[in-house]
Design a protein around this ligand. Structure first.
Ligand SMILES: [Zn+2]
Length: 470
């Protein structure tokens, strides 16, 4: 693993190198897979790596897909792992001429049926189940899961492998005649990466252009969602830089990790956030460079990526009632069924119909604040009057019940019973980094801000270049 990832701060040539290395390894892995079957009887490490060096790709073609599948996965990177896997295949090959075969769990399937398909004796199932506690995970397999088996001509199971999740797999092997089940952890590797973008039309498109996944975009919107209203405030030319983690297994990316630090420039104003884990509680949160929480006690917008269709006004012409009326909330136009989030931690104090508001939910936050959500399509079915809700929890879905021209959320924010404009009301903040951890906070976050500075500067240079070229 370390072969690929000595340094994750990518500059152009390194990125290129990494790709090159990865490609090389992929090729070696394929070659290795072929050789695995061919040199099974002469399994020493030296011969193995000699064989790799000759790069005998044609041998690959003589291998069945199932062996190749297994090999490609387990051979992808680390040499010790590769050799261990090789040994299993070799041992098995020494025992019997059979190879690993792969079976996909179908819906309504069970191990007995799978064994039947694999032509493994039914009694072997008992032996498998007695092979250790680790094997119990096989009682909870799901459709599309893959189970790989190695059996001999007599239908005796020699080995079985099952990927439990991203992190671990089950390996059952016959040792001294008995099946032994063990769980192994995949070596996961976290790499740091970054991306920057400038918004032309939407955050989504800009993020897509920057090659960021939906998860990271959503997280980015969550990190800055207390300061920037992604429905209203986004301007053309706004930009962002995000430093985040990616999780790799055997050299293959399996998921995104956390955002480590990020910058969002909105309408010329720079917002910065960094992830910091409280050493005592072990809870990670996002903070401003001076240790204030990014998280406010309230979300500015209770729906993601909606459009404001009507603002808070003292008087306006009501489109349905055809009368001049004040509008004591904000309307967010969004598709019917869009989730609505609780703006803050609180308790449901009303759930039901209220005349022209249609289906309504009201949440009480502490003693001073209430938020109201109207024209709902449906509620989160689990919520009752008195239920506690967490900030960001889905409480209901956008609809057009009551007097509404189309699906939208009508949102009200009250302080001590008085309607306030949700877009401009000063929102109370969450807790900062505790004083006694400020030194630790600065020590661990300064390098990330330095990196953000460098990235932001290089982005500005790139932008200036494009402007000159245009
Ligand atoms: Zn409204």
């Amino acid at each position: 693993m370390s072969l690929i990832n000595k340094d994750f701060r990518l500059n152009e040539s390194q990125t290129h190198n990494h790709r090159h290395m990865r490609l090389r390894w992929a090729l070696l892995a394929i070659a290795g897979a072929g050789i695995g079957a061919v040199i099974a009887s002469t399994n020493t490490a030296t011969q193995y790596s000699d064989a790799i060096a000759t790069d005998s790709l044609p041998a690959f073609e003589s291998v069945t897909t199932t062996t190749d599948e297994l090999a490609r996965e387990s051979f992808s990177l680390s040499l010790p792992e590769l050799q261990a896997q090789q040994k299993i295949i070799d041992d098995a090959n020494n025992l019997t001429p059979k190879e690993w075969r792969e079976f996909k769990v179908k819906s309504g399937d069970n191990l007995a049926l799978l064994f039947k398909r694999a032509k493994i004796k039914p009694q072997q199932l008992d032996e498998l189940m007695k092979s250790g506690d680790a094997a119990k995970t096989l009682t909870r397999v799901f459709p599309k899961d893959l189970i790989r088996v190695l059996s001999d001509d007599k239908g005796i199971l020699q080995a079985l492998r099952y990927d439990i999740d991203h992190k671990s797999y089950l390996m059952v092997e016959r040792e001294n005649g008995e099946l032994v089940a063990k769980t192994y952890n995949h070596q996961l590797e976290t790499r740091q990466t970054h991306a920057s973008g400038v918004i032309e039309s939407s955050l989504f498109l800009a993020a897509q252009d920057a090659g960021i996944s939906q998860n990271i975009i959503m997280e980015l919107a969550n990190v800055f969602g207390w300061d920037v209203d992604f429905a209203l405030d986004i301007r053309k030319g706004d930009s962002f830089t995000v430093l985040y983690e990616e999780i790799f297994r055997n050299g293959e990316k399996i998921s995104d990790g956390d955002i480590l630090a990020a910058e969002f420039i909105n309408d010329g104003k720079t917002y910065r956030a960094v992830r910091y884990t409280n050493p005592q509680t072990n809870v990670s949160e996002y903070f401003t460079p001076d240790g204030k929480s990014m998280r406010k006690a309230f979300l500015r917008t209770p729906v993601n990526f909606a459009r404001i269709s009507s603002k808070f006004t003292v008087s306006r012409f009501h489109p349905v009632l055809h009368k001049v009326r004040s509008h004591k909330g904000v309307d967010y136009a969004a598709k019917s069924g869009t989730p609505i989030y609780a703006a803050g931690d609180g308790k449901v104090i009303f759930k039901g119909k209220k005349g022209g508001y249609g289906k309504v939910m009201i949440v009480q936050h502490g003693s001073r604040y209430t938020t109201l959500y109207a024209h709902l399509k449906t509620y989160n079915r689990k919520l009752r009057i008195g239920s506690k809700v967490k900030q960001g929890q889905t409480i209901a879905y956008v609809g057009s019940t009551g007097l509404a021209t189309g699906p939208h959320l009508h949102y009200e924010f009250r302080v001590n019973g008085v309607h306030r404009n949700p877009l401009t009301v000063k929102l109370p903040a969450s807790k900062p980094v505790p004083k006694r951890y400020m030194a630790d906070f600065e020590l661990s976050t300064t390098p990330k801000f330095v990196q953000l500075d460098l990235l932001a500067r290089s982005q500005q240079v790139a932008l200036a270049d494009t402007e000159i070229n245009n």
